[in-house]
Design a protein. Structure first.
Length: 254
């Protein structure tokens, strides 16, 4: 359980090699944190990151988790609890961007990417939420994206999966209201991470550390939705009303 200073004792990262997810974990780890669980497709791939966080009194575990295997998600959460006790903060960071043109050319690959981001996100989040409800406390941080705010031709397959995840997470937050458990929806813009490596940065591009700072501040003040950077909230409140023929032509390719 978070201590009197709001410091988490136990943190679960779903997508244990995510650069944004790891930055959030590093930002949330406090002197009193006892357990971090990095759940990833290939647990050995997170060993280096685990070693960098591990210290005396802070155990860092790596466990198997495949977002594309919803049938396994309750067991992943149960394993995390077995290793680290009650979950104070869980971060849902697993996701794939994919290359729009290739995905559009391959319906089955598009469906697979969307399944990781949306279907897998739904079952992972529900598995965590059911546990948080039972505990009566804890926060779930969901990595959505501004790409879900309004679909655009440059990445509408990814964007539509994030729109679904975002809508789901908002409903989940309301469903959990009063239970003691909370959901924080995070809508970053372009973040320089391995997901975007080689792509031209979009306006308002930011870093995993900046997202982590915003998440930590959001959790502290009990926010339900944050944009990173914050200015994107105002940018997208305008963009979502731009007429489609104009929107289509805007240089929003990155
Ligand atoms: N970077 C951005 O510009 C940006 C902007 C807005 C939102 N986001 C969202 O933020 C989250 C984290 O992204 P990031 O920037 O940190 O990118 P990242 O470093 O590439 O992290 C993505 C993570 O998803 C994991 N993953 C992919 N498929 C998986 C599966 N089937 N099962 C389990 N894990 C899987 C990857 O694991 P592997 O190591 O096994 O591939 C990786 O750990 C994502 O949900 C992303 O959509 C990113």
């Amino acid at each position: 359980m978070d201590n009197a200073f709001g410091e988490p004792q136990s943190i679960l990262l779903l997508g244990g090699t995510s650069e944004i997810g790891l930055a959030i974990v590093r930002r949330l780890v406090a002197p009193t944190t006892r357990h971090v669980v990095l759940a990833c497709r290939v647990p050995s791939a997170a060993e280096e990151q685990a070693a960098a966080i591990r210290r005396q009194g802070l155990a860092v575990h790596t466990i198997a988790y495949d977002a594309a295997d919803p049938a396994g998600h309750e067991a992943v959460v149960a394993r995390a609890v077995e290793l680290g006790g009650d979950i104070d903060v869980a971060i849902l960071a697993a996701g794939v961007l994919g290359e729009q043109a290739s995905l559009a050319a391959s319906p089955s690959e598009a469906a697979a990417a969307v399944s990781v981001n949306y279907t897998g996100g739904v079952s992972s989040a529900l598995a965590v939420a059911n546990r948080l409800r039972e505990q009566g406390h804890g926060a779930l941080v969901v990595l959505s994206s501004v790409a879900g705010e309004r679909a655009r031709k440059a990445n509408y397959i990814y964007g539509s999966s994030k729109a679904g995840l975002d809508a789901f997470a908002q409903g989940l937050a309301d469903d959990l209201h009063g239970s003691g458990a909370k959901v924080l929806v995070v809508r970053p813009g372009f973040v320089e991470s391995k997901m975007t490596r080689g792509l031209k940065p979009a306006p308002f591009a930011t870093t995993p550390d900046a997202v982590a700072d915003a998440v930590a501040a959001g959790l502290r003040r009990g926010a339900t939705t944050i944009w990173v950077p914050g200015a994107l909230r105002f940018v997208f409140s305008v963009l979502r009303h731009v007429p489609r023929p104009v929107y289509r032509k805007l240089p929003l390719d990155a």
